[in-house]
Write a new protein. Structure first.
Length: 395
């Protein structure tokens, strides 16, 4: 097991009364003025906007608001929001939404905390001396941003999607009511299930030995998400399944399932530029295509580890030879993703072979860098091989 530092400063309010704690929490923190940040307006349709506003008003906390956060949140809106917050004297960011709203909030916070252009702060992974405080009222279980140290943002002019990871990105508060996810569409719910699983599977498939406890925690989380994801595919109103999924989204990405091991997040890095170029690709859906292909590319570099993953998470035959077990596990995983209604091929994502070179060179900054992976660093050529492994089988 590797040495590690485990830091989770986020105070979580979980349950069907979660948002009723917003006023007291922010007032107790000494907040003077809030940015209320959200997406396309669904929070108004479900009545959550009114509840949040009532909490701020009741606590005597003035606010300004910026809606319109898009999937794959854009740096353009982040920049204009930073300027608004500076003019208005905002001292706390409150996002109401999912991973996109959270990432937009985090990027705004980096711009405010560093005094830099927020895109520069993200791509250079600049850590501010003091983080800008923020909270998230969660409406979708997926990204785990409500407790994570990551921020991912899209520069639409350059067709780049980039992220940074450091503890200044961790929210101060998270308000998590599973009932607020009931309006999420089956497709987005399924994409969230995939994203949650990937956050832990990308941590699980590493070379670090002797991580028995972390392995068992990861396996329990993954099997729970797998079970509850299947339940939601059958009955989207299953509130208990939504509660399990919501809590799993936080634990999958607050690094609990990564303690004691190195992480590369190769599939995430590869997928980011697919959805950076094709803005209609939901991150979790892209991962449902990329990750199985990445496993097929890498598994011979760590056969026993990948076989353990296949047996303990995807019910591969424990008596099978390791290679057979891995391939059985991948097949079971792909079948599960399909049962949720997720794409599993590049064709289903709408990505054409003639785009492979261009997109892979975005990932490697024109082959000026490589991407860390299980068996060694990847160039754009290797990334294109992974793309091809994600194509539909030829007749």
């Amino acid at each position: 097991m590797q040495s590690f530092v485990y830091y989770t400063p986020t105070k979580v309010f979980f349950g069907q009364d979660a948002e009723s704690h917003i006023g007291e929490a922010l007032k107790g923190y000494g907040v003077k003025k809030v940015l209320l940040h959200y997406g396309g307006g669904s929070i108004k349709r479900i009545g959550l906007y009114d509840k949040v506003v009532a909490q701020l008003t009741g606590a005597g906390i003035p606010f300004v608001e910026v809606g319109g956060v898009e999937p794959n949140p854009k740096i353009r809106l982040v920049r204009s929001t930073v300027e608004l917050c500076r003019r208005e004297g905002v001292d706390f960011l409150l996002g109401v939404g999912g991973g996109s709203v959270s990432d937009s909030c985090k990027a705004v916070g980096l711009g405010l905390a560093t005094g830099l252009d927020p895109w520069e702060a993200v791509v250079k992974n600049i850590v501010p001396e003091k983080p800008f405080p923020m909270g998230l009222v969660l409406t979708i279980s997926a990204a785990g941003s409500e407790m994570s140290n990551s921020c991912v943002i899209t520069n639409e002019e350059e067709h780049l999607k980039r992220g940074c990871n450091h503890d200044a990105n961790r929210p101060t508060f998270a308000f998590m009511n599973p009932a607020n996810t009931l309006s999420v569409s089956p497709y987005q719910t399924a994409a969230g299930v995939v994203d949650i699983m990937m956050h832990t599977m990308e941590r699980y498939l590493t070379r670090d030995p002797d991580t028995l406890l972390t392995d068992r925690l990861a396996e329990a989380l993954l099997r729970t998400v797998r079970e509850c994801g299947a339940r939601l595919a059958q009955d989207p109103s299953d509130l208990e399944a939504r509660a399990q999924i919501m809590w799993a989204s936080s634990l999958a990405h607050n690094d609990l399932t990564g303690c004691g091991r190195n992480k590369t997040f190769t599939a995430h890095k590869i997928e980011h530029d697919l959805s950076g170029v094709h803005d209609n690709i939901t991150h979790g859906a892209g991962l449902a295509v990329v990750f199985p292909a990445w496993v097929r590319y890498e598994y011979r570099n760590g056969l026993q580890r990948f076989a353990q993953w296949a047996v303990n998470i995807w019910d591969a035959d424990p008596q099978a030879e390791p290679e057979q077990a891995v391939l059985e596990g991948v097949a079971n995983m792909v079948s599960y993703f399909r049962s949720l209604g997720m794409p599993t091929t590049m064709e289903e994502l709408g990505v054409k072979p003639e785009e492979y070179e261009t997109i892979s060179r975005l990932t490697t900054d024109g082959d000026s860098k490589t991407i860390p992976s299980f068996g060694g660093p990847l160039t754009s050529r290797e990334i294109q091989e992974i793309y091809r492994l994600a194509e539909a089988p030829k007749a």
